[in-house]
Write a protein that binds this ligand. Structure first.
Ligand code: ADP
Ligand code: MG
Length: 715
């Protein structure tokens, strides 16, 4: 049997080499795995001296800096707990600007004077690490001669254990800073943005008559899409291994057109794998709630219950890591790339975002009482203004090379950022903005919550799957994230721009109240004016429709189609001013991110282009030539001519690609990214076009790459 067929047969005959989880009696609490690998608040309560525990909680609640004497006590308890679980090493996990998670392991153990191997772990080691880590991109923030980078413990995100068949590792979530104090990671700006939003929202809440809330935190609930394919195909495809996506592959006769995969029964091997990684995630305290088949064959989705943005973001990184790790136990590979298969739906990540007070009130929930409604309308208006003013930045926050295959491709929102409010909320805002309510009785009716406000959407109202930014009942759903992306930056952006708008609206509100207007009337005026000034960003219709693209243009909305188009928004004046005002990122820190992300785009494009060249030249072309030789022997000139044309087409496309892969002299930065997009990726597309045609012609047993119909359908 030929090799690929052989692979199909073995793939289909999978058997779990992971150990079966079995079924346990879940009415017995001791069988509940949730949080068992986490140094959680309850473990801390159990293990820390009472006064230490209490002081730690107060410090955390107040968001204050940690007293070093506490750190020693915490370190001892954490070490003991970790050693009991078999941990030999600890690591400060952080998120450098690559968007991935980084770790460097240190042993707990050191020899003492008598040559004994003793475990130790001090408060100092817990609080601060010095991984050096001079090879991470910094975008000019750090020169190598001053290459020192520090990790700093983030006590608000709990430590956890990662197991390996041969030992365990204590993971401590940390921030990563340069010795000059500049953020080199994704966590610091996220934490800063959460602070900024909390301060401004509490200020607004005071004006709105809430005197109890002391803090507001933002929440995130991501819905993660992913593919699982058999690992034999993965390793037979250098493009998947090197770039995460297939650079070649003809569309299979069957795709998702029959809709027979979406929400279908999850195949047994896949379900076994999902259950296994969900179990690991449960032990790590990640509250996964939902699982289902997605639209594309071989595609699935999972979603956790929402958490505060910082913890949710750390958990999301962990989720991606655990999914990829566990998949291998089942002979599967988990693909997180935004577009692993051309012509087949790609994968995204919906970012559900909201804000809640420390008293348990969701500020984007219309609520039961008129007072809650007034506050809801205020915060909604702030979000609308923020999204309108910073459309470009939001678009940039979800930009990466994988996304460029997806956004606007009728499977994901377009690159135009707009807000879906739903009919009810839009009606309410229109009524307020047009002053439709009777001016004289406004304050009274606001208090009664009757005539001024049409009924507010209580249960999310209608759905619009095509909108990039949709109100869904008690949260906004930012639907344009890519499946491989960290949540940190998009949420940093959301928090910062909404903080800015809340402040702006609060200024207006304050003036009116100081001028003697009552609160309800003042809110109504502020909300009405804000909505009128920003409603061009609101759109309830079909975002996939070409007509919308034209209309959006006439409304003056930005349409930043590719990553090189979008990234300059990261250093736009409006971005710098908002991020500086709230001390989330300085101009230099923003510039460093811009530089790193541009460079990543260019490098990834180049890796794709060189991989495509090598596969086409050393695998596909030889297969086509072998086939030509067979045809020559058969002496059927029509077949020979057809194949020969294609081969010649491939050769000239390859020449073009190789020319594009030579960087032009003196071109760098964004210009080089544009070269990568317009020359390298364009030339790759041409090579692919002929290659995919050849795939349909060359004898199957000669074709060296597994085909889409195999990778997507053999589960
Ligand atoms: P939908 O079907 O509208 O997408 P779900 O209720 O299934 O709605 O929620 C989807 C995601 O939204 C889940 O990950 C959930 O945790 C998250 N979510 C729900 N409420 C909030 C909130 N207040 N803040 C952030 N995320 C939320
Ligand atoms: Mg959703």
């Amino acid at each position: 049997m030929i090799k690929t067929r052989q692979q199909n047969v073995t793939s289909a005959m999978w058997s779990t080499n992971g150990e079966a989880l079995g079924t346990s009696d879940l009415t017995d609490a001791s069988n509940n795995p949730f949080g068992s690998d986490v140094f959680s608040t309850s473990v801390q309560r159990e293990r820390l001296p009472k006064d230490v525990f209490e002081k730690l909680q107060v410090t955390l609640a107040g968001g204050e800096a940690l007293d070093p004497s506490l750190a020693d006590a915490v370190a001892v308890a954490m070490k003991e707990w970790a050693l009991e679980r078999g941990a030999t090493h600890y690591t400060h996990v952080f998120q450098p600007l690559t968007g991935l998670t980084a770790e460097k392991h240190d042993s707990f153990f050191e020899p003492d004077r008598e040559g004994q191997w003793i475990a130790g772990f001090s408060g100092k080691e817990l609080i601060q690490g010095e991984p050096d880590a001079s090879s991470f991109p910094t975008g000019g923030v750090r020169d190598t001669f001053e290459a020192r980078g520090y990790t700093a413990w983030d006590p608000t995100s709990p430590a956890f254990i990662i197991e390996n068949p041969n030992g365990a590792l204590l993971c401590i979530p940390t921030a990563f800073v340069s010795w000059t104090g500049e953020a080199l990671d994704a966590k610091i700006p996220l934490l800063r943005s959460m602070d900024a939003l909390s301060k401004t929202a509490v200020r607004a809440l005071r004006l709105l008559g809430d005197n109890e809330s002391q803090g507001v935190f933002t929440t995130v609930g991501p819905e993660q899409e992913y593919f699982l394919i058999d690992e034999q195909y993965f390793y037979a495809r250098p493009d998947l291994v090197t770039t995460g996506r297939t650079l070649f592959g003809a569309k299979p006769p069957k795709g998702h057109e029959l809709d027979d995969h979406y929400f279908g029964a999850i195949p047994e091997r896949v379900l076994a794998c999902i259950m296994d990684f969900e179990n690991d995630l449960a032990r790590l305290g990640v509250p996964i709630k939902t699982r289902h088949n997605e639209v594309a064959p071989g595609q699935y989705e999972l979603a956790p219950i929402f958490e505060n943005s910082n913890v949710g973001s750390d958990h999301q990184q962990l989720t991606m890591q655990i999914m990829q790790k566990v998949a291998r136990k089942y002979g599967l590979v988990c693909l997180l790339h935004e577009k692993p298969f051309a012509g087949v739906n790609g994968s995204g990540k919906h970012n559900n975002w909201s804000m809640g007070t420390d008293t348990g009130h969701n500020l984007l929930d219309p609520g039961e009482t008129p007072a809650e409604n007034v506050s809801f309308m205020f915060f909604c208006a702030a979000v609308i203004q923020a999204v309108n003013l910073h459309q470009g930045l939001l678009r940039a926050s979800v930009a990466n090379i994988g996304q460029d295959h997806r956004l606007g491709g009728n499977e994901a929102p377009p690159a135009i950022i707009s807000i879906f409010l739903g009919a009810e909320l839009e009606k309410a805002l229109e009524a307020i903005a047009s002053g439709e309510g009777d001016g004289k009785t406004e304050s009274q009716t606001m208090e009664l919550g009757a005539s001024v406000l049409p009924p507010l959407p209580k249960h999310g109202g209608d759905r619009n799957r095509t909108s990039p930014f949709a109100f869904t009942g008690n949260k906004f759903e930012f639907r344009a994230l890519g499946s491989s992306m960290s949540l940190a930056f998009p949420n940093t952006v959301l928090n910062t721009i909404v903080a800015e708008s809340i402040d702006d609206l609060a200024d207006g509100l304050e003036k009116k109240i100081e001028g003697g207007m009552d609160i309800a009337e003042a809110v109504q005026e502020v909300v009405g004016a804000t909505y009128n000034a920003n409603k061009q960003v609101c759109f309830n219709g079909d975002n996939y429709d070409d007509a919308w693209h034209k209309e959006a243009e006439s409304r003056g909305l930005k349409n930043l189609k590719t990553t090189p188009d979008a990234l300059p928004e990261v250093i736009a004046d409006s971005t710098v001013s908002a991020f500086q005002k709230y001390e989330v990122l300085s101009k230099r820190e923003l510039e460093s991110r811009f530089e790193v992300w541009v460079e990543q785009y260019t490098i990834r494009a180049n890796i794709e282009a060189e991989t495509a060249d090598s596969i086409a030249r050393t695998m596909l072309l030889p297969a086509a030539l072998r086939y030509l030789a067979i045809l020559d022997g058969a002496e059927i000139s029509e077949l020979t001519a057809q194949t020969k044309d294609l081969v010649e087409g491939m050769v000239s496309a390859l020449d073009e690609l190789e020319a594009a892969n030579e960087y032009p002299d003196g071109v760098e930065g964004l210009d080089l990214a544009i070269h990568a997009r317009d020359r390298q990726l364009a030339a790759m597309a041409k090579v692919r076009e002929v290659a995919d045609e050849l795939e349909g012609v060359v004898a199957d047993d000669l074709w060296p790459l597994p085909k889409y119909s195999e990778m997507l359908f053999i589960r």
